[in-house]
Write a protein that binds this ligand. Structure first.
Ligand code: PLP
Length: 387
């Protein structure tokens, strides 16, 4: 057997390894509090489960169009109009099995040896993994702690050259919970006028998860880049549907047919029952989403406060998603050692910042997708271990 060199370049997502180790420790009888994995701790709202069951009972067992069923794509467009104030045609949408395939397809469309792709660092690890797989050169876009973990548009524009094919942005961001200020987004978009061949993939999976009255800045709101913009969003986080594998992408006219072809090659279509549940999510009551957001906000305020009280920790205000990303340089420990110590000694699963890129060194990610009670208990245990 001789697998390709490219496949050996694939990276991974450490949160899944942490989850596996936490599960192993739990099997050994250890009490583990999981602040490692990025998935809501709430069940999928009941009416969505019912919609999925009804779809199966109604006989939706077969393939659907590769781009997804039209009523769902229409519901996505209505939701985009409602949330982002932008008109998008259902023709521009592909329903995807989660958020990840959109980044996978986009990176494969633009990444090849000799090209460069700019991606957020610290950022979602799959960006870099896929860029490396494609053979393109990964160019890290530094997210700055003192800029609320946003990018500097001047820095990003300075990184673009004739080989640059794609820029990936993600706000609110994983792992930092940071939100890039609108002014910086607009500066980047203005600067991109000089680089008409550079595409943008905006990962907006946390677009509904902003706190303290902050508004989401969607790249879709800027018509000047619509002809080269891909937007990634989905149901996993907003509707607590990570296991349903349901996401969507908005493609520019020039890419939509290629995207559809990718879908046919990769997965044929997303499972039909999930798609019907997706319609119920977008068109039905949003009470459950509001309830989850209120709970996340209370936990966010609590965890940021408690992290700032830990010796050697300094935690920026996390404005979005459900992550806090404290600077732990003051503990004297590196991120990986601290992650191991917190798991093995305190029974608290977290993810080292280095799992999200070189700029994550000196940071550790806490997901607050866990109860307030567990978060408080975890902080108490960490304090005890740190002494
Ligand atoms: N994009 C970001 C920034 C994420 O944090 C995640 C999941 O953690 C995804 C995309 C992938 O979402 P999904 O589980 O729907 O594939």
């Amino acid at each position: 057997m001789i697998p390709t060199d490219a496949i050996a370049r694939l990276g991974t997502e450490s949160a899944f390894s942490v989850l596996a180790r936490a599960a192993e420790l739990q099997r050994q009888g250890k009490d583990i509090i999981n602040l490692g994995i990025g998935q809501p701790d709430f069940p999928t709202p009941e009416h969505l489960v019912e919609a999925g069951i009804k779809a199966l009972r109604d006989g939706h067992h077969g393939y659907t169009p590769a781009k997804g069923i039209l009523p769902l794509r229409e519901a996505v467009c209505a939701d985009i109009a409602n949330q982002r104030g932008v008109e998008v045609s259902p023709e521009a949408i592909t329903i995807m099995p989660g958020g990840k395939p959109t980044m996978f397809f986009s990176i494969l469309m633009f990444g090849a040896p000799g090209t460069e792709i700019i991606y957020p660092d610290p950022g979602f690890p799959i960006y870099r993994s896929m860029i490396e797989y494609s053979g393109a050169t990964p160019v890290p876009m530094t997210l700055h702690e003192d800029r609320d973990f946003g990018f500097s548009a001047d820095e990003v524009l300075g990184q673009i050259n004739d080989r640059t094919r794609l820029i990936i942005v993600n706000s609110p961001g994983n792992p930092t919970g940071g939100v890039t200020p609108k002014a910086e987004v607009e500066k980047l978009i203005a600067g991109l006028a000089a680089w008409p061949d550079v595409a943008v993939m905006s990962d907006e999976i946390y677009s509904r998860m902003l706190y303290g009255g902050r508004q989401h800045t969607s790249f879709l709101a800027y018509p000047e880049i619509r002809d080269r913009l891909i937007v990634l969003d989905g149901w996993s986080k907003t509707y607590a549907m990570t296991g349903w594998r349901l996401g969507y992408a908005v493609w520019p006219d020039k890419l939509i047919d290629l995207a559809e072809r990718f879908c046919v090659n990769a997965h044929s279509c997303v499972n039909a029952a999930s798609q019907y549940a997706g319609i119920a999510a977008l068109e039905g009551p949003q009470d459950a989403v509001n309830m989850m957001m209120e709970a996340f906000d209370a936990r966010r305020v609590a965890i940021v406060g408690m992290l700032n009280d830990l010796p050697g920790f300094r935690c920026a205000d996390a404005a979005g998603a459900f992550y806090a990303f404290p600077n732990i340089a003051g503990t004297g420990s590196d991120a990986q050692s601290l992650q191991t110590r917190l798991l093995e000694e305190a029974g608290v699963a977290t993810v080292a910042g280095t799992s999200f890129g070189v700029n994550g060194d000196g940071f550790i990610r806490f997901s607050y997708a866990n109860s307030l009670e567990n978060i408080e208990m975890a902080m108490g245990r960490i304090r005890a271990v740190l002494g």
